[in-house]
Design a binder for this molecule. Structure first.
Ligand code: GDL
Length: 544
């Protein structure tokens, strides 16, 4: 299966290689050979996947990122004619081929493909331990593999981003940032550096504004031209006396700051772009503070908006339209999923994105997912977001989630991980957790109620054995993903023991007291795992 789904497909067959795949270039029509090297590592003259690449003007009517592929068999390998609207589209097309290579699942036939959302990306914008430099590089490449084109750098706990925003990056940190900027460029991913001065900035102070410009110049000298000015999570009122004298309220001060900063950026270079995050970044889109802010800044500045709530269960086109009508800006969604910081720190958010309307791309500037500090755990939900953003009309959440697992983990780990992550659906998106478990237990409960005890026992035994096996396998795994999950795994192992004991009780063992003790231990842990159906089931066993 092609994933994310392409827009137009005329499929003539399937193909897979029985030998290692090597890329060969027949022609490249002025496109960059470096892009091929960035995506595939190396080009070999005698490769078995032969590319004939060319610019195809007419594709740009679909999107700047549109491409076409014509794939046919050729002497035991593949011959691919690859038409692109731009260099950016070239990289997107190469990544589509790369995904086929990773799975060794190719189609024969014609593809015409382009994304629905113009801006598709992720933000490191959470509270908590910032990612490592190596991880950041890895994530850029991983998300580009699934067609994302934008990254916002805004870790709340990078001191140079927020608490000590005036300080220039020291040499070592600056070198790491530069590496990230260059990596993003090579992948045709727009890199936005965000600065959040609002905890201490005096808006009326020329000195503070100069410090902001000075810091920006350092970043500009690294080749950064896209900036974010974030005014979220700061006091909604002015706190310096001089500011109170000059401005009616914080909104006026913020508008003034944005206008001055945008003027400064445009003087630095006309290529500079700016995104801002208002202090009132969620709601109906009609609020006085939001409208007073976004309605009074130049229309070409992008405005972040998290939707109706900080973490929005649903994001609708109607809301996006209201935002536009009131502010004259199409909202750029700062989507607070999968982030699990602040009050959500006991939850693990691994599941597909849901609740974002299919035609939202027509009414918004784009969507940027805020991430979890748990670097590896992000990959599963983020792949589903990328699939939604590329082709929302054909996005099927559970199908996308299965693909995300298949792409992220070796085959031998997938089944166990699906059973484990079945317990990670509690978030702003889901009322429901443990879908798979829920299905087993409700089937068993129907059997019980209709007097079919032996069938109920069979169903419960099957599920318990699956979980026991998954727990046993998971205990042997020690890659960074499982280390990040250790708090949740600990509770999962306990859950597995409880299920085994419950089964023994159901089969007649005199172990209710032991079961009750374990359940109490389970309930005492604040780590969020499983749905109510689990406790309900164990309590029903105890009451037999
Ligand atoms: C917020 C913060 C964000 C944080 C998120 C979830 C925005 C614009 N800002 O309010 O940094 O991760 O909530 O706690 O969402």
């Amino acid at each position: 299966m092609l994933f994310p789904k392409v827009k137009k497909l005329n499929k003539k067959g399937d193909f897979s290689f029985s030998v290692p795949v090597n890329i060969a270039l027949r022609s490249i029509d002025g496109l960059s050979e470096n892009s091929v090297k960035t995506v595939f590592g190396e080009i070999k003259e005698d490769g078995n996947l032969i590319l004939e690449c060319f610019l195809q003007e007419k594709l740009s009517s679909l999107s700047e990122e549109a491409y076409s592929l014509d794939i046919s068999e050729y002497e035991g390998g593949l011959f691919i004619k690859l038409g692109v609207a731009s260099e950016k589209a070239f990289v997107r097309a190469l990544f589509t081929l790369k995904r086929m290579c990773i799975k060794n699942e190719f189609i024969l036939g014609d593809i015409t493909d382009f994304p629905s959302f113009n801006v598709r990306g992720y933000i490191e914008g959470f509270y908590g331990k910032p990612w490592q430099s190596e991880e950041r590089l890895q994530m850029l490449e991983f998300m580009a593999l699934f067609g994302e084109n934008t990254h916002y750098y805004a870790p709340k706990d990078d001191p140079y981003h927020r608490d000590e925003w005036k300080e220039l990056y020291p040499e070592k940190e600056a070198a790491a940032l530069l590496q990230l900027v260059n990596k993003a460029k090579s992948l045709y991913v727009d890199f936005y550096y965000c600065i959040a001065p609002g905890l201490s900035m005096q808006y009326s102070s020329e000195e503070d504004f100069s410090a902001l410009c000075n810091k920006t110049k350092q970043l500009f000298s690294m080749g950064i031209t896209n900036f974010g000015l974030l005014l979220d999570d700061i006091p909604a009122d002015l706190f310096y006396e001089d500011d109170k004298k000059l401005y009616k309220n914080a909104v006026n001060a913020h508008v003034d700051l944005v206008r001055k900063y945008y003027g400064f950026l445009k003087e630095l270079s006309c290529d500079c772009r700016l995104t801002v995050c208002p202090t009132a970044y969620h709601g109906k889109g009609t609020e006085e503070e939001l409208v007073g802010f976004a309605g009074n800044i130049p229309e070409e500045i992008s405005v972040f908006y998290t939707g109706s709530d900080i973490c929005s269960k649903e994001i609708t086109s109607e809301e996006a339209n209201i935002f536009f009508e009131n502010t004259k800006h199409r909202p750029l969604y700062w989507d607070n999923y999968p982030v699990n910081d602040a009050e959500m720190f006991m939850e693990m958010h691994i599941g597909p994105i849901i609740g974002r309307e299919k035609d939202l791309y027509k009414y918004s500037a784009g969507l940027i997912s805020n991430c979890m500090e748990y670097f590896n755990c992000n990959k599963f939900p983020l792949v589903t977001v990328a699939a939604y953003l590329w082709n929302p009309e054909e996005y099927v959440p559970e199908e996308a989630y299965t693909e995300a697992v298949r792409f992220t983990l070796p085959e031998c780990e997938a089944e166990d991980f699906i059973l484990l992550s079945d317990q990670f659906r509690t978030s702003c998106l889901h009322d429901e957790n443990s879908r798979i478990m829920g299905e087993y237990l409700s089937k068993a409960s129907v059997c019980m109620q209709t007097g079919n005890f032996s069938e109920a026992l069979e169903i419960i035994t099957e599920y318990t054995e699956k979980i026991n096996k998954a727990a046993k396998n998971l205990k042997t795994r020690n890659s960074p993903l499982y280390i990040e999950l250790s708090r949740w795994l600990k509770k999962f192992y306990l859950m597995s023991d409880i299920l085994s004991l419950a089964l023994e009780v159901l089969s007649g063992a005199d172990k209710k007291e032991e079961l009750s003790c374990l359940l109490e231990q389970y309930n005492e842990s604040a780590t969020v795992l499983t749905a109510f159906c689990f406790r309900e089931y164990i309590e029903s066993v105890l009451s037999l």
